[in-house]
Structures are given as C-alpha cells and as structure tokens.
Design a protein around this ligand. Structure first.
Ligand SMILES: NC(=O)c1ccc[n+]([C@@H]2O[C@H](COP(=O)([O-])OP(=O)(O)OC[C@H]3O[C@@H](n4cnc5c(N)ncnc54)[C@H](O)[C@@H]3O)[C@@H](O)[C@H]2O)c1
Length: 243
C-alpha cells in the first residue's frame, strides 16, 4: 500500500503487531514515529520512548510526533496489556494497568491527535481492540472489558469526527502469534511453539494469525482504500468466532 510521505504515530511499536505495522508503513513510504517503553532497536524516523501509564507522556505524544515528522496523518493505538483471571482474581493493580494502557492512553492520544488532524486535511486513526471486546472470552474479565470500552470509544469517535475528515476505526483480532500470546503460554508452563500449533488447529483457516495478517488490515483501514469507513470494528479471525 502506498503511504508516501504520510506521517504516522504507532504505539506499542516494539511488540509483535506494532513491529509489523511500523515496517509495513515504512515500506509504503511513510514517515513513522514509534512509541514504546524501549524503542532503541526500532528503525523509524522518530523515537518517543516512554510509559503509557504516565498521562503527561501520553498527552504529549501526538504533538511531539507532529513536531518531529512535520505533521500527523495517521495514528495507530496498538499498545496493549493482557491481565488474566475472573473478576475475583483481578487485583487493583491489574485493573488500573488494564484501564490505563488499553483505554485511557488511546483516549488521551485521540483527544490530542484529532485537533492536529482537523487543522490539516483530516486523517485516520486505527485502534487495536480485540474480538474479545466484541464477545467476551472466559477468565480475562478486565482485558475483555477494556477492549469493549475501546471498541465503543472507536464507534463514538468514528461518528463524532467524520465531519472533520478524520476516520476512526478499530481492528479486532482473535489469537495472534506475538510475545503477548507466547509469554502467556510460557507462564502457564506450555512450550509456546507447540501451543501455537495446537491453537492453530482450532482456527478454520488452520493457523492463528501472524502479526503481518493484522498489520495489513490496519494499513488498509489507515489507507484511502478505506475512505468511506468510520467507526467500523473489523474482526480479523481466520473464521474462528469467540466461543
Ligand atoms: N496477540 C494477540 O493474540 C492479540 C489478540 C487480540 C488483540 N491483541 C492486541 O494487539 C495489540 C498488540 O499486541 P501484541 O500481541 O503485539 O502484544 P505485544 O506484547 O507483543 O506488544 C504490546 C506492546 O505494547 C507495549 N506496552 C505495553 N504496556 C505499555 C506501557 N505501559 N507503555 C508503553 N508501551 C507499553 C509493550 O511494551 C509491547 O511492545 C494489543 O492492544 C493487544 O491487546 C493481541
């Protein structure tokens, strides 16, 4: 896809999906500002290291990206954390972290990015939610709730800011082969490669998603090919619905 000269901010850029998104935008000619806790190793036009639980850092990201890149056309709110367990197993810290990274950070970034985009020729924001935010899976109550909140926020913002030429949509993946998923298997004592292969057998397409499968849909939503899409929640699941 062609993004020649477009200015892009990607959060969670050091992660599985984030890394694929950054590489794909740059391959399409975009100028990319990357945000994550550690961005030293990432090839990008601008690096913005920091912690998304710190509101002053989050609030400043769109402005700083625009300053360093010379504008801001596209934002991908991709960073996320997963906490496991039912509500009765969810600590105050899990609750606060889930809300801060998965909901509050995208809210703050959108709130700051929208006026910047509105003052130019509009723009596009893609939020990374989850199909678990559309239909909940078991034993991840806080995670599912935050992704449902992000999905709802996306639908609201998609309506509210279309008149400014800003399209806001979300991608909702099912399982993706990234450190988020693999570290969960490792923590529970499974070999990640075996577990990923086994999980793939539960997907009608025969495998779980690779980061590039999700990145391609994110780039589509950010591109002019999606010019009439606002507030859409796009499931990318290989045919596997949430049970
Ligand atoms: N992997 C899956 O199966 C799956 C499924 C559905 C949705 N998602 C969503 O996709 C997105 C990307 O996840 P991924 O699978 O690539 O995971 P990942 O763990 O590989 O990447 C997440 C990135 O977010 C960053 N991040 C987390 N907390 C942060 C903080 N406080 N400050 C700064 N950066 C922070 C991490 O450092 C990491 O680089 C997430 O929003 C996740 O919820 C993933």
């Amino acid at each position: 896809m062609e993004f020649y000269g477009r200015k892009v901010l990607v959060t969670g850029a050091a992660g599985g999906i984030g890394g694929a998104v950054v590489a794909a935008f740059r391959a399409g000619g975009a100028h990319v500002a990357v945000a994550d806790r550690n961005v030293d190793e990432i090839e990008a036009e601008a690096r913005l290291p920091g912690d998304l639980t710190e509101s002053s850092y989050v609030d400043s990201l769109p402005d700083r990206a625009a300053e360093l890149l010379g504008g801001l056309d596209i934002v991908v709110n991709n960073a996320g954390v997963i906490t496991r367990g039912a509500v009765t197993e969810t600590s105050d810290a899990d609750w606060a972290l889930s809300l801060a990274v998965n909901v509050e950070a995208p809210f703050r970034i959108c709130r700051a990015a929208i006026p910047i985009m509105a003052a130019r020729d509009g723009g596009a924001i893609v939020n990374v939610a989850s199909c678990w935010g559309l239909r909940p899976g078991p034993n991840h109550a806080a995670y599912c709730m935050t992704k449902a909140a992000l999905a709802s926020l996306t639908q609201c913002m998609g309506m509210d800011h279309a008149h400014q030429g800003i399209r806001i949509n979300a991608v909702c993946p099912n399982e993706v082969n990234t450190p988020m998923l693999r570290s969960g298997f490792a923590k529970r004592g499974y070999d990640p490669d075996n577990a990923v292969a086994q999980l793939g057998r539960t997907v009608p397409l025969g495998r779980i998603a690779e980061p590039s499968d999700i990145a391609d849909v994110i780039l589509f939503l950010a591109s002019d090919a999606a010019r009439y899409m606002c507030g859409a929640l796009v499931e990318v699941n290989g045919g596997k619905a949430v049970a």
